[in-house]
Design a protein around this ligand. Structure first.
Ligand code: UD1
Length: 371
């Protein structure tokens, strides 16, 4: 029997909603390569609708550990993740740690792995918005400056890393792992027919998501966005799965009535992965401040208006269906008019390597470096 010290254990750390769909295909790819792969959940997101439902939907094994970190200030949350993952890494002694995305858990786990001398890789490396007011931008830059292997989704990411002085042999372009998950689950999601169950006709509704602090923590900006959405909702129903942060901020700002009573605006609880994909894949238009949704709509060919001034995913603007509209109501309305004037299902390009095989390339790149 092989001794414990010869076994290869690889750990992927996840914490928040957008991490789960990235970890699922990575887990399968390592398992397919015969490698022991474990998922460590920091517990940054903990409501069943923000976490557990994704494990069920994606048929992921339960995380080997849930550190139960929960919410807090940035320092509190980052510190709690660091303490928790350090203890976990000391027990499990993984040969490599993968971190995904750009949330606080990503950066915290990368710092710990680097200080413990554990080989580390960042999936979704190199994305930059250039906007230092976004906590995610800080997470991205710190993470990329300390991991051993930078696994990028697109050429712009490679260029950003090279411009920051990263060595070319630490960069491997693997594609977009979230798209592996999307392509795998699209038929199941469509079969759920969520739009029909909600009484919505195919391609005759919009989907809205909103949760960035810059959009929802500032009441005048939040109110302005909801005003523009109310105009769009007069033309077609707008389904709005509401993030917990957004619901809280609406209550604080006294915007509850605007959220609940605007004609045509349909707020719902956060949806699981499959239900949400079922909804977006048949929408006429998506309005969002999410990063991942800019990429998913690009692959689905659904027009996407991004309610931000910048994006760390510029390839979705040049090759995809995404348009940056900021938060000015007249720009939002103008671009919504343009998008709605176009015939649904217009041909679109999909970036190279967003082909459903990114997780295989990730596993090959990591295992190649460990051997
Ligand atoms: C985090 C990520 C963000 C990502 C988003 C996806 C950081 C800095 N931000 O933002 O990049 O786009 O996740 O959702 O890591 N809450 C709940 N239940 C939960 C989780 C959160 O009620 O399961 C509430 C808490 O009040 C919490 C607030 O939402 O304070 C914000 O949660 P937090 O994890 O701090 O950041 P997100 O806004 O979710």
């Amino acid at each position: 029997m092989r001794g414990d010290r010869f076994r290869t254990v690889i750990v992927t750390v996840v914490g928040a909603r957008p991490n789960f769909m990235k970890a699922a295909p990575i887990h399968l790819a390592f398992r397919a390569a015969g490698i022991e792969h474990e998922i460590c959940h920091t517990g940054q997101h903990y409501d069943p609708g923000m976490s557990e439902v994704f494990f069920d939907d994606l048929r992921m094994p339960r995380p080997i550990v849930d550190l139960g970190v929960g919410s807090g200030t940035h320092a509190e949350q980052t510190a709690a993740v660091m303490v928790g993952v350090e203890r976990f890494f000391m027990e499990r002694r993984p040969q490599a740690v993968l971190v995904v995305g750009d949330v606080n858990s990503t950066m915290a786990a990368a710092i710990v792995a680097a200080k413990m001398g554990i080989y580390s890789a960042h999936v979704e490396a190199g994305l930059r918005s250039g906007d230092w007011s976004m906590p995610e931008e800080i997470n991205r830059v710190v993470t990329d400056s300390i991991v051993d292997l930078l696994l990028t989704p697109s050429p712009d990411a490679d260029e950003n890393l090279l411009a920051e002085g990263c060595s070319p042999d630490t960069i491997v372009r693997v594609g977009n792992v979230m798209i592996d998950t999307l392509l795998q689950h699209l038929p199941t999601a469509r079969a759920l027919a969520v739009p029909r169950r909600m009484g919505l006709a195919s391609r005759q509704y919009a989907v809205l998501t909103l949760h960035r602090p810059s959009n929802v923590d500032d009441p005048p900006i939040f109110a302005r966005i909801l005003g523009a959405i109310a105009d769009i909702a007069r033309r077609l129903p707008v389904v709005f799965p509401v993030h917990p942060r957004t619901r809280q901020q609406a209550a604080v700002a006294g915007l509850g009535p605007q959220l609940e009573e605007t004609p045509g605006l349909l707020p719902t609880d956060p949806l699981g992965y499959l239900e949400f994909l079922s909804l977006t894949s048949d929408a006429r238009l998506v309005l969002t401040d999410s990063g991942g949704l800019q990429e998913e709509t690009t692959v689905l060919g659904i027009p996407c208006l991004t309610l931000r001034e910048n994006t760390e995913r510029p390839i979705t603007l040049t090759q995809g269906t995404n348009v940056l509209v900021g938060t000015d109501p007249s720009t939002i309305m103008r671009e919504a008019d343009r998008a709605l004037a176009r015939a649904p299902g217009t041909a679109h390009a999909v970036p190279e390597l967003w082909d459903g095989r990114t997780a295989e390339r990730i596993a090959a790149a990591v295992l190649g470096r460990l051997r």
